[in-house]
Design a protein around this ligand. Structure first.
Ligand code: AMP
Length: 399
């Protein structure tokens, strides 16, 4: 049963959102920035994506045959725009800055040139730094399938898991290490990860790493690598901070940009007014049973609120997954896997836990708890409207 705006809110493009812009006075979060809720209302305006004509097919790239075979068995034939431009530069040994959103195929864009070199040169070593554990694991999954049967050893060094297995992996002298800044730095400081021979590096989602306060850890890692090295930097946005970090290490890097405007341009944004707690949870219930709401991420402001809402929705018969910083790495991974595989279609998360979630088919982002800053809001709503699809972002505001 579709909900219509006579229920008090709407979330479809057909409605003129400015018709019910909420008043500004009531929505100050307890902590953080004051955000005018009128900024939560906006009609999607997807950019016109010009047809990109790739210069290559994967078979055109002169890469190791084992890598070529693994690319074929993944079913990749035509490179995505970022791959089309980055792989060529990467194979030529250039430092590359890729400005690309998640979902553009950026992982294979850096893995193909890196794995090619690792397969040809047993002494080469690569370090890949990602802002979140989830992203590091996603990169490792792609790395494994692309380097099958090629004698390339990998290690994943992320927080939230024990040191034992990581030490054992490091003793095998891995060719490629993927990790998050904090844990990588711990291993470097303990002497279990020696970076002096690492002659390739990737910083993935540089902007997000800086947002999360990893700048010093990242600088430390870069300063320990082989001086003569090839570097890849990926970022959804380029600003003075990102540029400042990169320019200090790779002044001659070539920039490739395939950004198709702001992701939030693909997202219809609207508000759901509520009067009290009961009315709020009922409005959420009504929303979640609507057939157009196929895959939803619900944001709550604290771990406790996530748990409370998880319990409440389970009690109402919804199958939900939840992620927050208080859950173990195993629990977070299981929740994310279930959500990705669509075994559960509702995920409740805090802002921090949701960073790095890359699920292509999220239809709705629901801000049940108010974001602390407008930047958090933008990060949240960017989870919907991926891969050229229109998404919906709905924010609960006290009426
Ligand atoms: P990424 O942006 O690297 O996370 O990739 C997004 C998704 O696109 C992943 O599921 C990849 O497996 C898939 N993918 C990447 N490159 C290609 C390609 N050239 N052809 C088809 N699928 C791709």
């Amino acid at each position: 049963m579709p909900i219509n705006s006579s229920r008090g809110y709407a979330y479809k493009s057909s409605r003129a959102p400015h018709a019910r812009k909420p008043r500004a006075r009531v929505n100050k979060p307890k902590h953080g920035q004051y955000i005018d809720p009128r900024r939560f209302v906006k009609v999607a305006n997807p950019p016109k994506i010009e047809d990109y004509v790739p210069k290559h097919k994967f078979v055109d790239f002169n890469v190791d045959q084992r890598l070529q075979a693994n690319i074929q068995s993944k079913g990749y034939e035509v490179p995505t725009p970022i791959q089309d431009q980055t792989i060529e530069l990467g194979l030529a040994g250039k430092d590359v800055i890729g400005i690309a959103n998640t979902g553009t195929g950026k992982t294979a864009a850096f893995l193909v040139p890196i794995l090619d070199r690792l397969m040809r040169d047993r002494n080469a070593r690569a370090l890949i730094v990602a802002p979140t554990r989830e992203l590091a694991q996603q990169i490792e999954t792609e790395r494994r399938t692309l380097s099958r049967n090629a004698g390339v050893y990998g290690a994943v060094l992320i927080g939230g898991t024990g040191y034992g297995g990581q030490m054992a992996d490091l003793r095998r002298n891995p060719n490629i290490v993927v990790g998050t800044p904090g844990r990588l730095k711990d291993h470097v400081e303990q002497g279990t990860l020696k970076l002096a021979n690492f002659n390739m590096v990737v910083l993935d989602e540089v902007d997000r790493m800086l947002d999360m306060g990893f700048v010093n850890d990242v600088r430390l890692l870069l300063s320990r690598l082989a001086e003569k090295r090839q570097s890849f930097y990926f970022s959804a946005t380029m600003d003075a901070r990102v540029n400042g970090l990169i320019a200090g290490f790779s002044p001659n890097a070539v920039t490739v940009s395939v950004r198709q405007g702001d992701t939030s341009e693909n997202v219809h944004q609207d508000v759901i007014p509520y009067n009290d707690k009961a009315n709020k949870i009922d409005a959420l219930h009504t929303l979640l049973i609507d057939s157009v709401v196929t895959k939803t991420i619900i944001f709550e402001s604290t771990q406790r609120n996530v748990e409370r809402l998880e319990k409440e929705l389970r009690g109402r018969g919804f199958d939900v997954a939840a992620m927050h910083g208080g859950k173990t790495q195993g629990q977070r991974k299981r929740a994310l896997d279930a959500f990705k595989a669509s075994n559960v279609s509702i995920m409740i998360a805090t802002d921090v836990a949701a960073r790095g979630i890359d699920v292509a088919d999220i239809s709705h982002v629901v801000n049940y708890g108010m974001p602390q800053t407008y930047e958090d809001y933008t990060h949240r709503i960017g989870r919907a409207g991926r891969a050229g699809k229109i998404g919906y972002a709905l924010t609960f505001v006290e009426a």
